[in-house]
Design a protein around this ligand. Structure first.
Ligand code: COA
Length: 211
């Protein structure tokens, strides 16, 4: 896996986190217990910090970045993600805040200074514009996102289920990697005796032509 420092910052990743070999985590990044970072995700904490809580999944191909300090954004803007958040495949989170137990639908984009309050579902392919605050307990969809309706009991339950599901899947991947590593470090099996060389195959001569 690629976990790289940037200047004085080295990512701080809890020992129970699964970071896929193909993911990239750089700089001022902290990731909490039982979280998972799936293939091809990029988490780049170079010009501001990124914090990811416990039991949160960042799924395949997602990109998380931040905004730097300038007169356009004094102090810069970090990306802060809470506990038990499901970030779907290919999501972009840019200098925004996501509170606990949210589900960010696949392919969504969440822009600078947007805040997603706890227990929100964002439909796949949505765009949350800069600075927008999404109210706790609602479904939002669209580009730009609009509030659709309050989440029902089943959907609220699903937010917890989803976080637990990814926590369990993380465990299975960690076990598989452990098994692979054990297989790689096991003594090589003794070489098999060489097989006898195959007999040379000869073509039969073509029968003489008649007539
Ligand atoms: C939005 C979502 C939660 C479904 O909500 P829902 O209320 O059950 O939606 P329905 O299927 O009843 O559809 C209601 C309407 O919204 C539309 N709709 C559904 N998902 C939509 C989306 N992501 N964006 C825009 N419109 C959407 C439907 O086409 C339907 O439109 P219609 O009334 O004109 O026919 C779901 O479609 C979704 O996007 N889930 C995210 C899944 C995901 O990305 N998970 C992460 C991977 S692990």
């Amino acid at each position: 896996m690629a976990i790289r420092p940037f200047e004085q910052h080295t990512p701080q990743i809890h020992a129970t986190v699964y970071v896929d070999d193909t993911a990239l985590v750089i700089g001022d990044v902290e990731i909490g217990e039982d979280s998972s970072i799936w293939p091809m995700s990029v988490i780049r904490g170079d010009i501001q910090r990124i914090r990811i809580g416990a039991r949160t999944s960042i799924q395949d191909g997602s990109v998380i970045h931040v905004t730097h300090d300038s007169r356009f954004c004094p102090g810069g803007q970090p990306t802060l993600i809470g506990n038990d958040v499901t970030v779907g495949h290919k999501v972009i989170l840019h200098a925004c805040t996501i509170e606990d137990y949210c589900l960010i639908g696949m392919g969504s984009i969440i822009m600078d200074k947007a805040v997603v309050r706890s227990r929100v579902t964002i439909g796949a392919g949505s765009v949350v514009p800069p600075g927008k605050v999404l109210e706790s307990g609602f479904l939002y969809v669209g580009s730009p996102v609009k509030q659709v309706r309050p989440l029902n009991e089943r959907e609220l339950e699903f937010l917890e289920y989803s976080a637990q599901n990814y926590r369990r899947l993380r465990e299975r991947h960690l076990q598989t990697i452990g098994a692979d590593n054990a297989a790689a470090s096991a003594p090589a099996p003794s070489p098999k005796p060489p097989r006898p060389a195959p007999k040379a195959r000869t073509r039969r001569p073509a029968p003489p032509k008649r007539g």
